[in-house]
Design a binder for this molecule. Structure first.
Ligand code: 4NP
Length: 150
């Protein structure tokens, strides 16, 4: 079973969407959650613990029939380094923060979700969430395709 954790700063904008898209695409590819894979998300910061995703992330997902309203923000912990096989940061700051939290022996599990950084849309332009969604959607598709070959 492949265990994946998607990580951003707040766990309310980017990583809940990344988590939901990976889940959707693994299921579409015929994999069973809890048997073939598990996917989760977390934030390196603790401002939004227990909060649902940002309204703008919920809206962009709803536009594509993806319901992320039940997601609640949690903090990424040192124990997650052992628990997951792959830990995806959205940007390089996330990768650095993840590596500061987990033991160095797990650093090889950490990579960017996409070849390009997924920028934080929190304080950004109005269509930043749509751009974020499109980038995450493409990148999630590549991750699932890569898994077929593994
Ligand atoms: P996220 O976006 O890391 O994609 O969840 C952010 C949400 C909140 C904050 C920063 C980034 N914040 O500073 O509160």
């Amino acid at each position: 079973m492949l265990r994946i954790c998607c990580v951003c700063l707040g766990n309310i904008c980017r990583s809940p969407v990344a988590e939901a898209l990976l889940r959707q695409k693994f299921i579409e590819a015929g994999y069973t959650e809890g048997v073939d894979f598990v996917v989760d998300s977390a934030g390196t910061g603790d401002w939004h613990l227990g909060h649902p995703p940002d309204r703008r992330s919920q809206e962009v997902c709803a536009r594509y029939h993806l319901d992320i309203s039940a997601q609640r923000a949690r903090k990424f912990t040192a124990a997650d380094g052992e628990k997951y096989d792959r830990i995806y940061g959205m940007d390089r700051n996330n990768v650095d923060d993840i590596c500061a939290i987990i033991d160095a022996k797990y650093h090889a599990k950490v990579q960017l979700f996409d070849v390009h950084e997924v920028n934080d849309p929190y304080y950004g332009i109005l269509d930043g969430f749509e751009i974020m969604y499109q980038q995450l959607e493409q990148a999630a598709g590549k991750i699932v395709l890569q898994h077929h070959k593994d």
